[in-house]
Design a protein around this ligand. Structure first.
Ligand code: GDP
Ligand code: ZN
Length: 299
């Protein structure tokens, strides 16, 4: 039987819908995946063997760029953080933690300020532009800015994250292809109810690219995000030019004399809110590390 490669776009109770050059093939995975401890997930590139028209088996999962546990998705190129300055107003501390998590995972964070028809989003746009991210200002309500966002999604796998009520579903409804909308499934799947299911799916963006919608900030693999205190500085990209320029080696950049990072905050080159988030993550990591050390000594 013929062999081909494809990408898993949907996973549901042991079956996988794999998109290939010849169309979508519904597949089962070979039993040996379990032995190898590899469970195919949405976003995986796989080698499959067709068994009958439209059906097949997955023989191999090709090497992954990255993989997340919740939601179970692989090969994510970017996470689009949908934020807003009107209710629900985005908490930058929570957002910065998620951005740091994305940085650690090697996934590009993209900031999308929604509801710009109500508030221009200037504060968030300024913070994240200064911090070195690509920022889009959109309105899912009017469609303003959506075309520019589409261009950034073309040819990539993107995940969407953001607080409930920030407008992810509204935005996705504008971004997804007509075909996806016509199935009538989208509004239902993107509705509140779906978060209770284990259903994960990649949707086609109009203009190219695939998107996975994800639940609120809190559940995007946060428990597994436990950086070492020393590594936190590298998860804030705008700190990079100043690292190594502090007076003391091993400077924590919290309140030290001669700290180049603090000087940059003072000068406005690093947004103050970003530094505040850094200090919080650093201190958390520090207390976690010392707690771990104490408990290791006891054993
Ligand atoms: P989700 O929970 O992130 O999926 O958010 P929804 O897409 O369900 O949107 C939450 C509410 O915000 C709904 O009442 C939307 O109509 C509204 N909303 C979404 N985007 C916009 C926008 O760009 N402007 C305005 N004014 N309202 C919006
Ligand atoms: Zn410093």
């Amino acid at each position: 039987m013929s062999m081909e490669n494809g990408i898993i776009i949907k996973s549901l109770s042991g079956f996988y819908d794999v998109e290939t050059a010849e169309g979508t093939v519904r597949c089962e995975a070979r039993g040996r995946f379990r032995h190898l401890g590899i469970k195919p997930v949405v976003g995986d590139m796989v080698a499959l063997e067709a068994t009958e028209p439209g059906c097949g088996v997955i023989n191999a999962v090709l090497p992954r760029k990255n993989v997340f546990a919740r939601p179970a998705v692989a090969n994510v190129d970017q996470i689009v953080f949908v934020v807003s300055e009107v209710l629900p107003v985005t908490d930058t501390t929570v957002l910065d933690r998620m951005i740091a998590m994305a940085e650690k995972a090697g996934v590009e964070p993209v900031i999308c300020v929604n509801k710009c028809d109500v508030a221009d989003g200037e504060r968030l746009r300024d913070i994240y532009t200064r911090a070195g991210f690509t920022v889009y200002a959109v309105s899912a309500a009017t469609g303003d800015g959506v075309e520019a966002l589409k261009r950034c999604l073309a040819g990539r796998i993107s995940a969407f994250a953001g607080d409930t009520g920030v407008g992810k579903s509204s935005l996705l409804n504008r971004l997804l292809t007509d075909a996806a909308l016509k199935t009538g499934a989208v509004s239902e799947k993107l509705g509140r109810g779906r978060h209770t299911t284990r259903h994960v799916e990649l949707y086609h963006i109009d203009g190219g690219g695939l998107a996975a919608d994800t639940p609120g900030f809190a559940s995007f693999d946060e428990e597994s995000f436990q950086p070492e205190a020393e590594e936190v500085e590298r998860l804030f990209r705008e700190f990079a030019p100043y690292l190594g320029a502090c007076r003391f080696v091993g400077c924590a950049h919290t309140k030290e004399q001669g700290c180049a990072v603090l000087a940059a905050v003072e000068a406005g080159a690093i947004p103050a809110s970003r530094h505040k988030s850094y200090v919080q993550l650093y201190q958390e990591a520090k207390s976690r590390n010392s707690w771990e050390k104490k408990n290791r000594k006891k054993v």
